[in-house]
Ligand binder design. Structure first.
Ligand SMILES: NC(=O)c1ccc[n+]([C@@H]2O[C@H](COP(=O)([O-])OP(=O)(O)OC[C@H]3O[C@@H](n4cnc5c(N)ncnc54)[C@H](O)[C@@H]3O)[C@@H](O)[C@H]2O)c1
Length: 274
C-alpha cells in the first residue's frame, strides 16, 4: 500500500509516517512546511528512516500538483491544515483556502483518479460548537457533564469560529464524497491529541505548550476560570484507531467517528496541575 500523508511533517503526520515506515510501508509526505518545527520533524524522520520516504514540499491549494501525487497512491491521510482558531480569526480567507478549499482539492483529486484511494480526514470536536444544550456542573473545582456521559456523532453540528467553519465544511464534504461518489472516506472528529514531536504553542497544541513552557520556566497564561475540562488522547492510540478504520474500511467508509481519551482521560487546570 502506498500512502500519502498531507501535512506529514506536522505533529500527527510525522508520528503516522514513522509508524507506517516502521512497518516497511511506502510513504509520501506532502507538506509546505508552513508550521514552525516541521523541518525538525523531517530531519528526525530522515535520521530514523533515511530515504525510505518521499517528501514533496507542496501546498494543498495547488490542485494540479496534488492531482499528480494522488494518482499514484492507495491511501490518503489528509492532515494538512491551518490549525489555529486565533489565526483563522485574523485571516478567515486564508483559513478557508487551506482547510475548506484545500480539502476539496484532495477530494477532487481522489475522485478523478483511477485508483479511488481511501481518504482519512482529521476533523475536530469543534464542529459541535459550545454544546449549549448540555448542562455542566462544578464537581470539586472542575466542570463535568450533569446528565450525559459523552457526545455522540449525531449531536447537532454548530460551527464556531472561522476554523470551526472551515474544518466543519471540509468534514461534511469528506463525508458526502462517500455518499455521492462512493469514495471510501472516513472522518475522525478528534479531541486534544498529545505526544512527541508536537511543537505546541499558545495558539494550538496546548498540552505541549504547557510542558515546553514549564521546562523552560516560562509563565503560562490560564484563560477562563481554570475549571475548564479537556479530553486528551495519546498519539499512538489515535494512530491505532486510524489503522483499524483503514483495515476495516468496508465498515468504516462514509462514517464519522468522535475520537478522544474518554471521560476518564479528561484533565482540568486547577485540579490536575495543582
Ligand atoms: N493536534 C490536535 O490536537 C488536533 C485536534 C483536532 C484536529 N486536528 C487536526 O489534525 C490535523 C493535524 O494536526 P497537527 O496537530 O499534526 O498539526 P500540525 O500543525 O503539526 O500539522 C499540520 C501540517 O500541515 C502543514 N500545512 C499547513 N498548511 C499547509 C498547506 N497549505 N499545504 C500543505 N501543508 C500544509 C503544516 O506545515 C504542518 O506540517 C489538522 O488537520 C488538525 O486540524 C488536530
Amino acid at each position: 500500500m502506498k500512502t500519502l500523508i498531507t501535512g506529514g511533517a506536522g505533529f500527527i503526520g510525522s508520528n503516522l509516517a514513522h509508524r507506517l515506515l516502521s512497518k516497511d510501508q511506502e510513504v509520501v509526505i506532502y507538506d509546505n512546511l508552513a508550521r514552525r518545527g516541521t523541518e525538525k520533524n523531517v530531519t528526525w524522520l530522515r535520521e530514523n528512516h533515511g530515504e525510505a520516504f518521499q517528501l514533496i514540499r507542496g501546498d494543498i491549494r495547488d490542485a494540479q500538483r496534488l492531482e499528480k501525487v494522488v494518482g499514484e497512491v492507495d491511501l490518503i491521510y489528509h492532515l494538512a491544515a491551518q490549525v489555529a482558531v486565533t489565526t483563522s480569526v485574523l485571516d478567515p480567507r486564508e483559513d478557508f483556502g487551506i482547510n475548506a478549499l484545500g480539502t476539496l482539492n484532495v477530494l477532487e483529486a481522489a475522485r478523478r483518479c483511477k485508483n479511488k484511494p481511501i481518504v482519512v480526514f482529521t476533523s475536530t470536536n469543534k464542529v459541535y460548537g459550545a454544546l449549549e444544550g448540555i448542562k455542566v456542573v462544578d464537581k470539586g473545582g472542575r466542570y463535568d457533564f450533569a446528565n450525559v456521559k459523552g457526545i455522540s456523532e449525531s449531536y447537532p453540528l454548530d460551527f464556531h469560529s472561522p476554523y470551526g467553519c472551515s474544518k466543519g465544511a471540509a468534514d461534511q464534504y469528506v463525508r458526502d464524497y462517500a455518499r455521492i461518489y462512493g469514495l471510501p472516506t472516513v472522518v475522525f472528529r478528534m479531541s486534544c491529541i498529545y505526544g512527541p514531536r508536537q511543537f505546541g504553542n499558545e495558539d494550538q497544541g496546548w498540552l505541549a505548550h504547557f510542558l515546553i513552557s514549564s521546562l523552560l520556566g516560562r509563565p503560562i497564561t490560564i484563560y477562563g476560570d481554570g475549571k475548564q475540562v479537556r479530553d486528551i488522547l495519546y498519539i499512538d492510540d489515535l494512530l491505532a484507531a486510524f489503522e483499524s478504520a483503514v483495515e476495516q474500511v468496508e465498515t468504516a467508509r462514509g462514517r464519522v467517528y468522535n475520537i478522544g481519551g474518554g471521560r476518564e482521560n479528561t484533565i482540568s487546570v486547577w485540579v490536575e496541575f495543582e
